[in-house]
Design a protein around this ligand. Structure first.
Ligand code: EZ4
Ligand code: CO
Length: 412
C-alpha cells in the first residue's frame, strides 16, 4: 500500500503538542510525535511544507528507506527541527506497520527483553523537608527511583522546583505561559552556580538519611556547570551513590566530560537536546557517559534512537530516555516499545501527563510497581481523539530564560 495523506495536528490540552497523522490507501492511520517545546510551528512547517508533499504515494512499509530519504536527501542534515519532523514520520510508519501486523510495536523491534521498564519520577521541593515529602509520595506510588531537585538558599525560583500541590499532585509543566499579548516572552530566572554547588551535597545527604540505600536517586544539572564545577559536584555527591548526574555541562561540548570523568565515579547521563548518533560519537567511544538521554521524539524517531542505542551497546552504555510532559503520549509510547525490546535498557523517565492531555491522547501503557509497560494494543497503542484535540487551541509557551545575577545570559 501507499501513503495517501499526512495531516499535522497541533493541539494544546494542558500543553502544546505536534502530531503527524499518516493515513494509508487502505485506511490505516499511524501517529507520530514531533513536539519541540517552544518551537512547535517550526516543525509543523517543516512537515507540512517540505516533507508531506514528498511522501504521498510512497510505500509506507519502507520505513528505513524513508528515514534515509528524509535524513540524507535534503542536503541540510540534523538539527532539532529536522529531526523532530523525521521522528514524527518515522513513529507513524512504525505504528502503521505494527497495526498491520496486529502486534504491539515492541514485537516488531525484537520482542520483549524484560517484563517492565524501571521508571523514575520527578520529586522536587523548595526546602529539603518539602522535597522529602514529595519523595515519600512517589515511593508510596511504587517508584523505586526519583529525580531530586531542590530550592537553593538565596535563589527565588529554580526551573523544575515546585512544592507538591495539596492532594498529592506533583506535576509541573516545563513551559510556562507569561506576559501575554504583543510582549509574549519567556519568563526569566536568576541563577548562581556557587550557591547551588554549596547546597546540593546537603540535599543528597538528607535524602539518603531519610530513605536509606535502596532508593535510586537521580539529579539534573540542566547544563549549567562548567567542566571544573561539574567535576566538583560529581565528586561531592559521590558518597551518596547517585544513580546518575544528568546534563552537568552544556551538551554540545563533548570533551568537557573528560574532566568530570577524571575526578569522579558518579555515573553521567546526557543527551536530551541531542538529535543524532553523531552527537554521541566522542561520548560513547571514550566512554564518557553511562546513560543516553535522548527520546524518540527528538532523535529521529524509533529508527534514529535505535541507531544510537546499537552504537551505545557496543560500549556497555544504557538508555535513560527523556520522558517529560513535552514528549507527547505518542512519543512516550515509542520510547517504551523500544525500551522493552532493547538489550541495553537502563531506566525510563516518567512525568505523567495531565488528565486533560490524556483525555485527548488515549494511552494503553501502564505503570505498576515501579515499572512501565507499553501494553498489548497493536501499534504504538495511543489513540488521538482529533475532535477533542481541535477544541484545544495552541497557546504560546516557553521554557524560562536563565541569567546570572549580573544579568548575563547563562547556559541551560
Ligand atoms: O527541560 O523537557 O530531564 N528533563 C528535563 C526537562 C526539559 C524539558 C525541555 O523541554 O530536563 O524538564
Ligand atoms: Co533533563
Amino acid at each position: 500500500m501507499t501513503i495517501e495523506r499526512i495531516d499535522v495536528d497541533v493541539t494544546s490540552p494542558g500543553r502544546n503538542f505536534v502530531t503527524a497523522v499518516v493515513t494509508t490507501g487502505d485506511g490505516v492511520v499511524g501517529l507520530g510525535d514531533g513536539t519541540l517545546n517552544g518551537r512547535e510551528f517550526a516543525v509543523v512547517s517543516y512537515l507540512r511544507d517540505h516533507v508531506a508533499p514528498t511522501l504521498i504515494g510512497r510505500d509506507e512499509s519502507q520505513i528505513e528507506s524513508i528515514w534515509q530519504y528524509l535524513y540524507r536527501s535534503p542536503y541540510w542534515r540534523r538539527g532539532p527541527v529536522t529531526m523532530a519532523a523525521v521522528a514524527a514520520i518515522d513513529m507513524a510508519l512504525w505504528d502503521i506497520a505494527a497495526k498491520k501486523a496486529g502486534v504491539p510495536l515492541y514485537k516488531l523491534l525484537g520482542g520483549a527483553s524484560r517484563t517492565g521498564l524501571l521508571s523514575y519520577a520527578h520529586a522536587s521541593g523548595t526546602t529539603i523537608e518539602k522535597l522529602n515529602e514529595a519523595i515519600h509520595g512517589y515511593v508510596e506510588q511504587g517508584f523505586r527511583a526519583v529525580r531530586i531537585q531542590s530550592g537553593v538558599p538565596g535563589l527565588d525560583q529554580i526551573y523544575g522546583v515546585h512544592d507538591s500541590a495539596p492532594g498529592g499532585k506533583y506535576e509541573y509543566e516545563p513551559a510556562g505561559r507569561t506576559e501575554t499579548g504583543a510582549a509574549m516572552r519567556p519568563a526569566e530566572e536568576t541563577w548562581d552556580t556557587a550557591a547551588y554547588l554549596r547546597h546540593l551535597p546537603s540535599v543528597f545527604a538528607a535524602v539518603r538519611e531519610e530513605f536509606g540505600g535502596d532508593l535510586r536517586i537521580l539529579h539534573d544539572g540542566h547544563h549549567r556547570m562548567s567542566p571544573i564545577e561539574a567535576a566538583r559536584l560529581a565528586k561531592d555527591i559521590e558518597p551518596y551513590a547517585p544513580f546518575w548526574l544528568e546534563d552537568c555541562t552544556p551538551g554540545e561540548d563533548q570533551t568537557a566530560l573528560r574532566l568530570v570523568r577524571h575526578h569522579s565515579t558518579t555515573p553521567l547521563a546526557i543527551g536530551e537536546v541531542f538529535n543524532s548518533v553523531h552527537d554521541y560519537q566522542t561520548l560513547i567511544t571514550e566512554r564518557l557517559i553511562d546513560y543516553v538521554r535522548s527520546s524518540a521524539t527528538h532523535a529521529g524517531g524509533i529508527t534514529g534512537l535505535r541507531q544510537i542505542m546499537t552504537f551505545a551497546g557496543i560500549y556497555g552504555i544504557r538508555s535513560g530516555f527523556h520522558g517529560p510532559t513535552d514528549v507527547s503520549p505518542v512519543g512516550m509510547a515509542a520510547n517504551l516499545h523500544l525500551g522493552l525490546a532493547l538489550h541495553n535498557f537502563g531506566i525510563q523517565e516518567y512525568m505523567p501527563h495531565s488528565e486533560t492531555t490524556l483525555s485527548v491522547f488515549r494511552t494503553s501503557y501502564r505503570f505498576e510497581d515501579g515499572l512501565l509497560h507499553p501494553g498489548e494494543t497493536p501499534g504504538l497503542g495511543v489513540g488521538l481523539d482529533r475532535e477533542a484535540a481541535s477544541r484545544y487551541e495552541y497557546q504560546p509557551a516557553y521554557l524560562p530564560v536563565n541569567r546570572l545575577r549580573d544579568g548575563s545570559v547563562h547556559d541551560w
